[in-house]
Design a protein around this ligand. Sequence first.
Ligand code: F6R
Length: 241
Amino acid sequence: MRIQVMDDYEQLSYWAARVVLSQVTLQSNSVLGLATGSTPEGMYQRLVDMYQQGKVDFSDVTTFALDEYLGLSPDHPQSYQYYLYNKFFNHINLPPENINLPPGDTTDPEMACQNYEQAIASAGGIDLQVVGIGVNGHIGFNEPATSLNTNTHIVDLAEETIQTNSRFFDNIDEVPRQAITMGMGSIMGAKRIVMLANGKNKAAAVRDSFSGKVTTEVPASFLQLHREFILLLDKEAASML
Ligand code: F6R
């Protein structure tokens, strides 16, 4: 595990974009796993800037989104599909056929999970997985529990996650209660993983994940076991380490 502490969110976003840039530069047909949420917004903006400056080419890249709310249509402004198109895909030269998203509007969630897992395997696995961290230590939507799922699966969102994510919706009742998420095995199977965390409200989750024991009650703690894991923090998120 390599930990890098940045001065602020701007620097964090820049360095996160540099990690993605170097991955794609070294291997043009990279398979990227992509998180959403507020944390990587700056990284996507920097990557779009780098693309517009001719510094990176996504024409041979394949992407897999980490997760999606279940029951939201893809064009819902809070769907993760909408987010990724809006903040990233619409502004770069990633071929549409190389974009993979868990279908939040599926009528057969179990089959959708199996298909997604199969698609990741067929693409040769994920080369670089970008993740954020929930205030309760979740990664993707792998919530704290007594056991964790390996593969892409349907999950009931934790009350804390529903509360935290309600800031994106008009009211808390609109927050979906379920999601489809890559599992711990799908994430840990990535060749490299980079986690981004910023702000005081992530400091306790970062401490519990990376200076404590590995436990299913703090899903992100499993990343301590990954051989090529980079943790990018701003000073506030690192303040309790
Ligand atoms: C999003 C995801 C979530 C977020 C986490 C942090 O695709 O998988 O695990 O990374 O909830 O969200 P933000 O960045 O909004 O604090």
